[in-house]
Design a protein around this ligand. Structure first.
Ligand SMILES: [Zn+2]
Length: 171
């Protein structure tokens, strides 16, 4: 279960749509294991496959960051079944380190997808878990939290990020 490098804002894999997984085989289960390991090492509460450079519709979420095994969610081809209401809280992203924002998210979501064994799983979520689902599913559509900010804040942050991308993230 190697920790994979997390790609940063500006990498094309983060800004385009990810492909559905055709079949859940050992390579997908290995991808999920690497994603969980990488999320815990970061540490973070969620990770989408494009964030490690893999353009597939796969996400992991664990609000306990490894403290409580029952909270680990691993989903292949997740999609919203229901979304309602609104909430706004500060968010960050492992692919946009050092920046934060307050995007508008759904207050309650119902998400379905496939677990690592290929069984359908349905999750209902509010508060932080709902925000995490919205954030990670956005990654699968090539969107980061910056894209969900108000136009003024979005444009300001994008200008700063473009400069950051030009200079290189590692500095
Ligand atoms: Zn993110």
């Amino acid at each position: 279960m190697p920790v994979r490098p997390i790609v940063k804002y500006g990498d094309p894999v983060l800004h385009g749509p990810a492909e559905p997984v055709e079949e859940i085989d050992d390579s997908i289960r290995a991808l999920l294991a690497d994603m969980v390991h990488t999320m815990y090492a970061a540490p973070g509460i969620g990770l989408a496959a494009p964030q490690i450079g893999v353009p597939l519709r796969v996400i992991v979420i664990d609000l306990s960051v490894g403290e409580d095994p029952s909270q680990l969610i691993q989903l292949v081809n997740p999609e919203f079944v229901e979304r309602e209401g609104q909430q706004s809280e500060e968010e960050g992203c492992l692919s946009v380190p050092g920046y934060g924002g307050t995007p508008t998210r759904a207050a309650r979501v119902k998400v379905k997808g496939l677990d690592p064994d290929g069984n359908e799983r349905v999750y209902e979520a509010t508060e932080l878990l709902a925000r995490a689902f919205c954030h990670e599913l956005d990654h699968l559509d090539g969107l980061v939290f910056v894209d969900r900010l108000s136009p003024l804040k979005r444009d300001l942050m994008k200008r700063r990020l473009r400069k950051r991308v030009r200079e290189g993230w590692e500095k």
